[in-house]
Design a protein around this ligand. Structure first.
Ligand code: GLU
Length: 381
């Protein structure tokens, strides 16, 4: 497991997410110099026996360029159309650049829906394995044409983190146009310093990320930290590096102090917890009182109906819901009761469930095993 920068030399499988701003130019479309540079660096990593998967943005941005839609506010369907056009330019560029090294590339378009369905997840994961054994570089993007806003990953940083867990990578690297995470905004504060290594991605670290969205990509620093959190909780170290830096991947993987490295802590999610915390669609909210929150956070308890103060949304039994105290989401879990049932039993002791509903399937509203804590505001995005 990666615990120091020197350990990075042990990484055998790496996912590299490349942002749109690195790859695209409003006048010329694909920045071929950058794509060639990435192909050269990936080739060197392969020579060292490292398997590489790319997660590449750029489809929507390239579609805009080639459809003459620059500067225009796009509707969801126009974005999807732009992605469909741009994805062909993107893959053509990668194919051309990698062919210099006789490396085959493969296109994998995924949606969050694919990852939350077990069979599709396994299929995608097995395809990844097969491609790796054939020496191919899988290039993943979100399947933008089939998803609408509310079910999208939201950004390729999150997609990259989820793919890293799916293919059991050792390291997830986000290549962007800044040097890493700074302790203050380097554009406004000349004393801002790059954080070299982050051992715990807590609220203090999250607060360092300002809003650094640019016109091409959707992911700013905040989304990179959210993605890092998904990766490290799943046991995959992560890094943010500047794609404009010479030979930066090789330097990172040989232990040089570039970018920001996020190490995994002891606070890990099982696959089941990962599925609840990061993949399932949230169907509603259960608001609870402070006493119940204490019991969940400090006593390892299940959520009982007596602690429920309000129920929002139209969820069914087994659906994923957020657990909220005041205005803070403290957990996610699978509800044992649907929203209508829960409204009738909220505030009651468990022994009264049967007299109100006529049956009692479970004493708890969310069983401990189906509850994931420490979601905080992070997963509200
Ligand atoms: N899937 C989008 C594209 O390829 C990228 C989303 C993002 O910028 O993170 O254009």
């Amino acid at each position: 497991m990666i615990q120091t920068r020197q350990n990075l030399a042990l990484a055998r499988r790496v996912v590299i997410k490349i942002g749109s701003s690195l790859l695209t130019d409003a006048n010329t479309g694909v920045r071929m110099d950058m794509v060639q540079n990435i192909a050269a660096q990936v080739h060197s990593l392969q020579q060292l026996g490292i398997q590489v998967c790319l997660v590449s943005s750029g489809a929507v941005a390239l579609g805009r360029v080639h459809l003459g839609w620059l500067g225009k506010t796009l509707s969801v369907h126009e974005k999807q159309a732009a992605a469909a056009v741009g994805q062909t330019w993107l893959m053509q560029a990668y194919r051309q650049a990698f062919s210099t090294y006789d490396i085959q590339v493969a296109q994998m378009l995924l949606t969050k829906d694919d990852l939350r369905h077990r069979r599709r997840y396994l299929n995608a994961s097995n395809t990844g394995e097969t491609l790796f054994s054939a020496g191919v570089v899988p290039i993943v993007n979100e399947n933008d044409t089939v998803v609408v806003e509310e079910i999208k990953f939201g950004d390729n940083d999150t997609l990259g983190a989820l793919v890293s867990l799916m293919i059991h990578a050792d390291l997830f690297v986000m290549m962007t146009d800044v040097d890493g995470l700074y302790n203050a905004n380097p554009n406004h504060d000349k004393h801002a310093e790059r954080c070299s290594m982050i051992h715990a991605l807590d609220d203090k670290v999250m607060a360092m990320a300002g809003d650094t969205d640019n016109q091409f990509g959707t992911g700013g620093m905040q989304s990179k930290l959210i993605a890092s959190k998904i990766a490290i909780r799943g046991g995959v170290a992560s890094a943010i590096i500047n794609g404009h830096e010479q030979d930066v991947l090789n330097r990172l993987l040989t232990g040089e102090d570039v970018g920001t490295l996020f190490l995994c802590g002891t606070d890990r999610h099982s696959r089941h917890q990962h599925w609840i915390a990061d993949l399932l669609h949230v169907e509603g909210q259960i608001h609870i009182d402070r006493g119940a929150a204490q019991a969940l956070e400090h006593k390892g308890a299940s959520l009982l109906p007596i602690g429920v103060v309000a129920v929002h949304g139209e969820f069914d039994k087994g659906d994923c819901v957020e657990v909220v105290v005041g205005d803070v989401v403290i957990a996610r879990g699978l509800s044992n009761y649907n929203a209508q049932e829960l409204k009738r039993i909220q505030g009651l002791a468990s022994q009264d469930i049967e007299s109100v509903l006529g049956y009692m399937d479970f004493k708890s509203v969310i069983h401990r095993d189906n509850l994931v804590l420490k979601i905080g505001r992070v997963n509200d995005e």
